[in-house]
Design a protein around this ligand. Sequence first.
Ligand SMILES: C[C@@H](N)C(=O)N[C@H](C)C(=O)O
Ligand SMILES: [Zn+2]
Length: 256
Amino acid sequence: MTKLKLILGFFTIIQLIASCTSQTKTENTDSLTADSTQIQKDTVTIVDENKIPELEQRMIDQGLVNIQTIDSTIMVELKYSTTDNFVHTDVYGDLTRAYMQQKPAEMLAKASKILQSKYPNYRLLVYDSSRPLTVQHKFWALLDTVPPIKRADFVANPAEGSIHNFGSAVDLTVYDLTTQKPLDMGTKYDYFGDLAYPIYEEQMLKEGRLTKEQIANRLVLRNAMEKAGYMRIDSEWWHFNALSRAKAKELYKIIE
Ligand SMILES: C[C@@H](N)C(=O)N[C@H](C)C(=O)O
Ligand SMILES: [Zn+2]
């Protein structure tokens, strides 16, 4: 009997300790939320929403603007700030907002308006905009299986600099609010092959590798961007330049 009491007492103490610990964790979570910080996935990772990431601050200091402050309907999902990209690495860290030089950002807002005036349920979805030169070097080095002459179709040579490095190029698609999905463009973002080339679309259609609908979807994006003054490139349906590389170099400082 005494032995049984002792065992019961022992389990009661263990339960008490366990409940105290979980209460402390809940209290901590509550106070952290009130402080506008977050606990992610119940781990000890604490994100301070008020702290501006170092890369973002550098871009602000260079005069770049958050495109969503110019047009809040533009959607942003920086793929290089995730591992869902062609290098399978998060190369942007805590940068999650998209920045551009003022004029290119205004041109993007114009494209967004043009798109929505024809298709009220469509939104521009930005995958990348300003990109530091250090990241451009990484991309170039990682694609070393492709000869430099062809590689430049997919990743601009860092020796010359990408127009992204001057805050004047954007990678994007069209998002449909009705289906809650991006439009089918025939390839994923950063698919580096013939199927992504706007100049081969007619040929790909004839060969049955792209459908009429996929090409029409690309044209929805391209028409809005070109009407706003953006220029497409031959090799990637998602990439648009606000101005030439020479003009970008003349007007803007490179993002190191
Ligand atoms: C890497 C890809 N998303 C891209 O933006 N390519 C162009 C050519 C660039 O690097 O400027
Ligand atoms: Zn691009």
